[in-house]
Write a protein that binds this ligand. Structure first.
Ligand code: RB5
Length: 158
């Protein structure tokens, strides 16, 4: 399981905290059609940024979105000051469903209902502790399928 990470200067510290957490965590579940899960080793691809020098969040959201949409990564996590700008950028890439998460409930629901293949977090709005809980909830939750599959298909047609 390859997880791509990206951030601007407003999110790079949180991105690096999440990166360390993913390394410690080590694995994440992959769910098959029957709902069975197997734990898969997490491999991280970090597309930066890695300093407080001002950069443009659209570039990083786009790069991470393209990594997931192309299949080079399975999932993506992006951070900017609020998570808003970088989620907008990622969602402009066809095939990306990036959920901006500010709570564990949103993280759970964006996997259950939207089958989000990326999440966005705000480095200036979400504490590191909550961000880690959000990441874990999103990784460990299974897409519900059923009526949600039709809606996800509609998103992917856009
Ligand atoms: C950068 O100052 C800030 O605008 C950016 O990190 C983000 O919050 C945009 O949505």
């Amino acid at each position: 399981m390859i997880i791509v990470l990206g951030a601007d200067h407003g999110g790079f510290e949180l991105k690096n905290i999440i990166k360390e957490h993913l390394k410690e965590r080590g694995t994440a579940p992959i769910f098959d059609e029957e709902g069975n899960q197997v734990q898969d080793k997490i491999k991280i691809v970090d597309l930066g940024t890695n300093s407080s020098d001002s950069v443009d969040y659209p570039s990083f959201g786009k790069a991470c979105g393209e990594a997931v949409a192309s299949g080079k990564a399975n999932l993506g996590i992006v951070c900017c000051g609020t998570g808003i700008g970088i989620s907008i950028a990622a969602n402009k890439v066809k095939g990306i469903r990036c959920g901006l998460c500010t709570s564990v409930e949103m993280a759970t629901l964006t996997k259950q209902h939207n089958n989000a293949n990326m999440i966005a977090l705000g480095g200036r709005t979400t504490s590191p502790e909550l961000a880690i809980e959000i990441v874990d909830a999103w990784l460990d939750t299974k897409f519900e399928g059923g009526r949600h599959q039709r809606r996800v298909d509609m998103l992917d047609e856009m």
